[in-house]
Design a binder for this molecule. Structure first.
Ligand SMILES: O=P(O)(O)OC[C@H]1O[C@H](OP(=O)(O)OP(=O)(O)O)[C@H](O)[C@@H]1O
Ligand SMILES: Nc1nc2[nH]cnc2c(=O)[nH]1
Length: 179
């Protein structure tokens, strides 16, 4: 047991377990896109850690780009309103795009991104998330690459923050957040 932000917390996924999961996702992408070039779009800020590890294990010609979106304030619940804080600088028309997320909760962020990115005519568009909380879904989403499904717990570490902090923790912790 460890205290994070004064809250009780337990390791949900160790760094070693995360490495295995990310390696498995990278192998699937390498096989699925054989002979093609991919564009990975990391959704800032949380996805930068998984994206950095994932792309180094993908054995394909690979480009990277970033968008920053936000649907959470300082707290632990989604506002339900997605804002694009930083858009792509490049054209994605004709590219094989994989959007990389750290976590999917309600699905609102990715369903908004799907609409926004499909309108830009990529050759293909798929989604990857390290973590998914299926019990929290408020919109249906087809996510091809899911690292691990987790219960409805508030998690931090490996890029995922609590009030802007703890992204640097190598393991992922479940926090005992009061209701
Ligand atoms: O499925 P949803 O309910 O839409 O939630 C998922 C979103 O929430 C987190 O981002 P957050 O807004 O916390 O921003 P951050 O990545 O900058 O920490 C996560 O990175 C996803 O983008
Ligand atoms: N930090 C954090 N952000 C989230 N966004 C959606 N779910 C979560 C979560 O469990 N933890």
């Amino acid at each position: 047991m460890k205290e994070i932000a004064g809250l009780k917390s337990e390791v949900l996924l160790s760094a070693e377990r995360i490495e295995d999961i990310v390696g498995g996702l990278a192998r699937r992408i390498t096989a699925d896109y054989a002979g093609k070039e991919v564009l990975l779009i990391g959704i800032l800020r949380g996805a930068f850690v998984v994206l950095a590890d994932l792309m180094r294990r993908i054995e394909l010609s690979c480009e990277v780009a970033f968008m920053e979106v936000s649907s959470y304030g300082a707290g632990t619940t989604s506002s339900g309103i997605v804002r694009i804080l930083k858009d792509l600088e490049e054209d994605i028309a004709g590219k094989h795009v994989i959007v990389v997320e750290d976590i999917i909760d309600t699905g609102i962020t990715l369903s908004y991104l799907r609409r926004s990115l499909l309108a830009r005519s990529p050759a293909s568009l798929e989604f990857l998330t390290l973590l998914s909380k299926p019990s929290r879904r408020r919109v249906e989403l087809d996510v091809k690459y899911v690292g691990k499904e987790i219960p409805d717990e508030f998690v931090v570490g490996y890029g995922i923050d609590y009030a802007g902090k703890y992204r640097n923790l190598p393991d992922i912790y479940a926090l005992d957040v009061p209701e």
